[in-house]
Design a protein around this ligand. Structure first.
Ligand code: 173
Length: 318
């Protein structure tokens, strides 16, 4: 009797000490493992696991084979996972204004100082039950890639693969948008279901799209945003030291954006070497396109999010 009691106390003590020592968080990415928009998140995980030894550990479940891209936001909201690497474009069903994050290309140190991070964190707390730990790729733009040559910036008669990032601008310029996850882009192009697609300037080689891509339309537009979100209950359950490991690694992760200047230059050269031709219609047409792209996107965000849309626009300053 007495010995059972002592053993019981010992078990409880061992369990609580272990909990205070190291917590394990489950992570997924909305992009394929090892590809451009997962790579830095994977480096972040390695850093957390090294710096947080004995305190916090991230168990990386993987990419879209684990959770479909458009369900990752909901998975972090409901704590099916604790941490996710995901673009706002993939959770506009839960947070329509997430489509507006692409319209802010200011460096994250500036966004953290001028209240943007805090405001977007509040939106995530409220609508996604999550903590907005980091935003990556502020300095990486998007393009429209095409397989049919156009002689002006007009998508009439073209079917273009989109996500919410490109939908409004494709429609505004007369194209027919077709929404797919990244995993379906190759097949859509190969079968001619799509005549083109939206994607950042980087990453088209990862899934072999160079083999099914003829043109990259200029100019580059918007700003990629891929966020690291932590389920809010998981975040609150951490102690200060554990949160500090994540927060420090988050700032380090945002700093990796500085590498992208060289990566973008190399990627454009690699596309040219692969025979992908730039379609450039000159400064006037480019400016008209950028103005239109900006206008239609803000209109759409503000229509769907009448309160937070204008606030996001004011913070973005465009
Ligand atoms: O094209 C996409 O799938 C998309 O919206 C996106 C967003 C951020 C990074 C890469 C792709």
């Amino acid at each position: 009797m007495r010995s059972t009691f002592i053993a019981g106390v010992a078990v409880v003590l061992a369990a609580s000490t272990a909990a205070a020592q190291e917590v394990t968080l489950r992570a997924v990415s909305s992009f394929a493992e090892g590809t451009e928009f997962s790579k830095n998140f994977e480096r972040f995980i390695e850093k957390v696991n090294a710096d947080g030894k004995g305190l916090i550990k991230i168990n990386y479940i993987g990419g879209p084979r684990a959770v479909p891209p458009f369900e990752v936001g909901n998975a972090v909201r409901t704590r099916v996972v604790d941490i996710a690497n995901v673009t706002g474009a993939f959770y506009t069903n839960l947070m329509p204004e997430a489509d507006g994050f692409k319209l802010n290309g200011k460096p994250m140190n500036e966004q953290r100082q001028n209240g943007t991070w805090e405001y977007i964190n509040q939106l995530h707390n409220q609508k996604l039950n999550s903590y907005y730990l980091a935003r990556q790729f502020h300095n990486v733009p998007f393009h429209i890639y095409l397989n049919k040559k156009i002689d002006k910036i007009d998508f009439s008669g073209l079917k273009i693969r989109v996500t919410p990032v490109y939908r409004d601008v494709v429609e505004a310029l007369g194209g027919t948008p077709i929404t797919t996850a990244p995993g379906e882009v190759y097949t859509a192009l190969e079968r001619g279901v799509a005549d083109g697609y939206g994607w950042p300037v980087t990453g088209i080689f990862d899934l072999g799209w160079d083999k099914v891509t003829k043109f990259r339309m200029e100019p580059p537009f918007y700003s990629v945003e891929v966020n690291v979100l932590v389920n809010l209950d998981s975040w609150k359950a951490l102690n200060d030291a554990q949160r500090k490991v994540l927060s420090d690694a988050a700032l380090w992760l945002e700093g990796l954006d500085s590498e992208k200047v060289a990566v973008i230059k190399a990627e454009r050269e690699r596309q040219a070497a692969a025979g992908i031709q730039a379609l450039d219609f000159g400064p006037a047409a480019s400016k008209a396109f950028l103005d239109r792209a900006n206008d239609v996107a803000w209109q759409s965000v503000i229509k769907r999010a009448p309160e937070s849309g204008p606030k996001l626009r004011q913070l973005a300053g465009n």
